[in-house]
Design a protein around this ligand. Structure first.
Ligand code: ADP
Ligand code: MG
Length: 247
């Protein structure tokens, strides 16, 4: 029996306009992410992966098609609904972390909890938020770095902080856009290990975007994207990925 679909894209189209010319980037993308699974979206640089992720995260809108979260359309939902979706249902991490340089690790992790709250309601729950932020930093193995700023951390540590920040609001689904793309192989493996643990031990559903077949091979399901379209979909875990992709 397959688990419920958490996130779905139906017929997503998106063009950018360059010199008055429409450049199609997504040309009708269908995609499903099932609860409890690690889904990999793999494709070469420029194939439209990040554009798709922005639509899935409601950071941008499609020209055509729809995005559904637990069966409810989210791409054209009212602003408050989209804000709630972004702030509670999903967590997002990127290749370049996007930590605020003037804040410490723990302050970066706390930031999403402060968004959308009045000062008073934040102050009222401040201790609770702080405890949760500490727990999340601990979860990613970085509690001892709580007071360090990003400039005092390695790439792998910054990505761990970004993961802790994404987990702060206890999302159902983590969208990860090339989360190891800026890291050396060993550090990248550690981050993948952490994400795998979060999937297996904490039931976090993950959509992992990558250009790297080796990374994608660890996922449960693999969607391959080419020139703005999904080319193939296959079950990935424990299957000889190289044999299938070479065929
Ligand atoms: P990927 O993440 O797979 O590398 P992207 O989604 O970032 O691919 O980009 C797909 C294509 O869309 C590329 O050709 C890129 O140049 C173009 N593109 C992305 N963002 C913009 C933008 N804001 N304006 C114009 N073109 C863009
Ligand atoms: Mg990209």
């Amino acid at each position: 029996m397959s688990s419920p679909i958490v996130l779905a894209a139906n017929g997503l189209k998106k063009s950018y306009h360059k010199d008055r010319i429409d450049v199609p980037v997504l040309r009708g993308v269908d995609l499903e992410v099932r609860e409890g699974e690690v889904t990999a979206l793999v494709g070469r640089s420029g194939s439209g992966k990040s554009t798709l992720m922005h639509l899935l995260a409601t950071l941008d809108r499609p020209d055509e098609g729809e995005v559904l979260f637990r069966g409810t359309r989210i791409d054209n939902a009212p602003r408050a609904t989209r804000d709630r979706y972004r702030n509670r249902d999903i967590g997002v991490i990127f290749q370049f972390y996007f930590l605020l340089p003037e804040l410490s690790a723990i302050e970066n992790v706390l930031a999403p909890a402060m968004i959308g709250k009045s000062v008073w309601s934040y102050l009222k729950s401040r201790n609770e938020y702080r405890r949760r932020a500490e727990a999340m930093l601990d979860r990613v193995g970085l509690l001892h770095r709580a007071k360090h700023r990003p400039s005092e951390m390695s790439g792998g540590e910054m990505q761990r902080v970004a993961i802790a920040r994404a987990l702060m609001t206890d999302p159902t689904l983590l969208l990860a856009d090339e989360p190891t793309g800026n890291l050396d192989t060993e550090t990248g493996k550690e981050i993948l290990q952490l994400l795998t643990e979060l999937n297996q031990n904490d039931s976090l559903t993950i959509l992992m975007i990558t250009h790297d077949d080796e990374i994608a091979a660890g996922a449960d399901v693999l969607w391959r994207m080419k020139d703005g379209l999904i080319e193939t979909q296959q079950s990935a875990r424990n299957e000889p990925l190289l044999a299938t992709s070479a065929a």
